[in-house]
Ligand binder design. Structure first.
Ligand code: DGL
Length: 249
């Protein structure tokens, strides 16, 4: 493992591509390896023990086969269940995790009502509870499980469904309408699959609410950690990108 080694990413499927794209955009010299654990998608309704063992399998492949110098757990659900375990097991390997962006939403809201969309697994994790307690203040935070968005995002990404098809618009409307009716003016995407439905969400929200997509904030955090550990690739390095879609193996 050295500075030219790749940064590893994994998610239950293609959700984390939203993070991968942002990272590649701001760190063009970095090589990457992405694992879409599609046969095991979704993670959102699995038990924590199972998500831990899937996350270990993904991390093992990224480290042992590809020699990754840092792992981005590009999945809120896997972060909630497994990040403490992974950090302890693979120390000192750096891990970047994801949690719903409650803090900026609470900071920005004018109505005092924020909607958070995520999986059941993310909402039941310690990270979400702690973040909400720490940064929620007196903002009303409405947690909405939207597991069906994961399947829709997978289909959109694979070209089986159009992003603006009636099925997608209807599903998005069903989840967002109650949040908008309750006065939410910020909607947090607490699952990396959900930015793939962002256009439909923006249509439904109009000017009533802004979507908070954390992809670039996470990419910047990954950049900060690489730099602080002096692990960044040399400027002008020839970056290579490996995408492992287990569905197609
Ligand atoms: N993309 C994932 C997340 O950020 C998980 C989706 C799932 O597999 O349920 O939570």
């Amino acid at each position: 493992m050295n500075n030219s080694s790749p940064v590893g990413f994994f998610d239950s499927g293609i959700g984390g591509v939203s993070i991968l794209q942002a990272f590649k955009h701001i760190m063009p010299d970095e090589s990457t390896v992405y694992i879409a654990d599609t046969p095991n998608c979704p993670y959102g309704n699995k038990r924590a023990e199972e998500i831990i063992s899937l996350s270990v399998a993904n991390t093992r492949e990224l480290t042992e086969k590809y020699g990754c110098k840092m792992i981005v757990v590009a999945c809120n659900t896997a972060t909630a269940a497994a990040i403490d375990y992974l950090r302890a097991k693979y120390s000192p390997l750096p891990f970047i995790g994801l949690e719903p962006a409650v803090k900026p939403a609470v900071h920005e809201t004018r109505s005092g009502v924020v909607g958070v969309l995520a999986t059941a697994g993310t909402f039941s994790g310690r990270l979400y509870r702690e973040t909400k307690a720490k940064f929620g203040g007196d903002t009303t935070i409405i947690a909405t499980v939207a597991d069906e968005f994961v399947t829709l995002a997978e289909k959109i990404y694979r070209g089986a469904l159009e992003e603006d098809s009636p099925e997608v618009i209807e599903a998005v409307k069903n989840r967002l309408a109650p949040l908008l009716a309750a006065g939410a003016d910020r909607i947090v995407l607490g699952c990396t699959h959900f930015p793939h439905l962002k256009k439909a969400m923006e249509v439904i929200c109009g000017d009533k609410a802004k979507i908070i997509d954390p992809s670039f904030a996470v990419a910047r955090q990954a950049r900060r950690v690489l730099r602080s550990l002096s692990l960044q690739a040399p400027a002008g390095a020839l970056a290579t990108h490996v995408f492992i879609d287990r569905a197609k193996v």
